[in-house]
Each structure stands twice: as C-alpha cells, then as structure tokens.
Ligand binder design. Structure first.
Ligand SMILES: Nc1nc2c(c(=O)[nH]1)N[C@H]1C(S)=C(S)[C@@H](COP(=O)(O)O)O[C@H]1N2
Ligand SMILES: [Mo]
Length: 249
C-alpha cells in the first residue's frame, strides 16, 4: 500500500514544491522501508515499532512538503470517469442509509459555536464545485466532480481554533479519519453535498463527504456525521491499521 503513495508523491502533478520534491527523491530509501510490511518479519513487534516510527517520520516530511498555496490538478467535465468507482471497507449494498430530515452534522472540540447543522443549513451556505482526481491506494484513480462548502469557510464560520493541529471525522458507517490543519484550510478542501451535480448518492457518501484532491482516497471521509478540532492525534480507520497518516497524493 505504500507503493502508490510514493509514486504519487513523486508525480510532477502533486501539490509539493519542486525543490522539496528533489529532497524527497533523495530520501527514497527511507520511504521504501515500509514496503517490507507485507513479509513475515512484520510479526515482530520491534519491526512493527520501527515501521510505525518511519511512517510517523514520513508524516512530518509530507507536512513539510505540503504547500498550502499549490493547487492539485483540475480537469474538464468531459474527463469525468463514468461509472465512478465505489470503495469502502464493505460491499456497496452495505452502505449506511442516512435520514436526510433527521441528519445533523455534529461539531465539537476546539470550536466556539458547537451547534449541530442540518442539511438545509449547509446547502444554504455559499457552494463551489471542482473536477479532481481521487487516487486510491488499491491501485485505481478516477476523475469526479464534487460540490459543496469550502471547508476553510466552514471552519471559520463555526469559530474553529485554526491553530489546532487536527480535524477529526466520525462517519455513519463507523469509519473515522483525521487531517492536519493546513490541509483542512487548503482552498480545494471541500465539505461536499453533491457528486456530478446531483445530491451525493449513498454509495459516494450521502449526506456529506470531505473531499481533498491533495490527499489519497482513504483520507476523504464519506457519510460524515461529526467533526472535531483537536490537538490530540485522532488516527483513522486505515491509519490505525498501518496506512500512512498524512496520506498526501
Ligand atoms: N465513511 C467511509 N469513508 C470512506 C471509506 C469508507 O469505507 N467509509 N473508504 C475510503 C476509501 S479507501 C476511498 S478510496 C474512498 C472511495 O470513495 P468513492 O466510493 O466515492 O469512490 O472513500 C474513502 N472514504
Ligand atoms: Mo481507497
């Protein structure tokens, strides 16, 4: 699972600066270390520990590489992948069915205004959309169009502590993940309500998906029902199972 991440980090289309990319190429040997994760010696707790340490080191390198001004590529609508792939840790017929009337987005942690948000309220906020590529570590990528509220606008609106380190997400299917604050504030990070111009379908994350073209697929939570701002590392569903936490693409 680390291979595509490295590949995508080394692509010239990503958000990092060229000078920083050259540094990364030089440190490839370090990044290649987690590739031994698939073999039997990974049963050894010491090896596990070393790999986790390397992954956390990679988090710091990626955070340093991340340029908050640099935009991920966008595409014309004619390039949208149809049908768009589905991915989750379960099969498509098991996607959660969220009641749109009763749904409220819970907002917590280091946030001044801790009131829940209905879908109608979220739809009434200024909306924007973008056509970007989603890259999954399982070896596929696809271009899609997502629309919704710019996440930085939303964080400001709820009085989030923008100096905090993390934003964490809990989802209606039990999935969870978390992101660094610079990525949360990136102009292409959207709290999306639509996919391909329609209300977000259940399989793609109804009612809310946080969409970040600067991050790999597993960092983009679908069915978001709660978010919180914190300085305590929240981890994530795949991240706690060994995927790299920063997960830049
Ligand atoms: N709630 C939730 N969000 C999730 C997942 C999941 O299983 N549950 N899978 C992640 C992974 S690994 C990928 S690649 C993308 C897939 O999004 P898609 O189904 O819209 O293609 O969703 C991400 N967000
Ligand atoms: Mo994925």
């Amino acid at each position: 699972m680390n291979e595509p991440k490295l590949e995508s980090l080394l692509q010239d289309t990503g958000p990092a600066r060229p000078d920083r990319r050259r540094f990364l190429r030089g440190s490839l040997a370090l990044g290649a270390l987690p590739l031994i994760g698939g073999c039997s010696i990974s049963d050894e707790p010491l090896v596990e520990k070393a790999l986790l340490k390397t992954s956390r080191f990679n988090d710091r390198v990626q955070a340093w590489l991340f340029d908050p001004e640099q935009l991920a590529p966008t595409y014309p609508e004619s390039m949208i992948t149809r049908p768009f792939p589905f991915n989750a840790y379960y099969r498509p017929h098991e996607v959660p069915r969220v009641d749109s009337e009763r749904f409220r987005l819970q907002v917590g942690g280091q946030v001044a205004e801790q009131r829940p948000w209905s879908l109608a309220e979220l739809r009434a906020l200024p909306q924007t959309d973008q056509v970007t590529r989603l890259i999954c570590v399982e070896g596929w990528s696809a271009i899609g169009k997502w629309g919704g509220v710019r996440f930085s606008d939303f964080l400001r609106r709820i009085g989030a502590d923008l100096d905090a380190r993390y934003v964490g997400f809990r989802c209606a299917d039990g999935y969870y993940t978390s992101i660094d604050m610079p990525t949360a504030l990136h102009p292409q990070t959207l709290l999306t309500l639509t996919f391909d111009g329609q209300t977000l379908p259940a399989r793609y994350g109804f009612p809310l998906k946080l969409r970040m073209p600067t991050k790999l697929g597993y960092k983009n939570p679908k069915h978001v029902e709660a978010l919180f701002v914190t300085n305590t590392y929240p981890g994530g569903y795949w991240e706690d199972r060994g995927y790299n936490w920063f997960g830049g693409s």
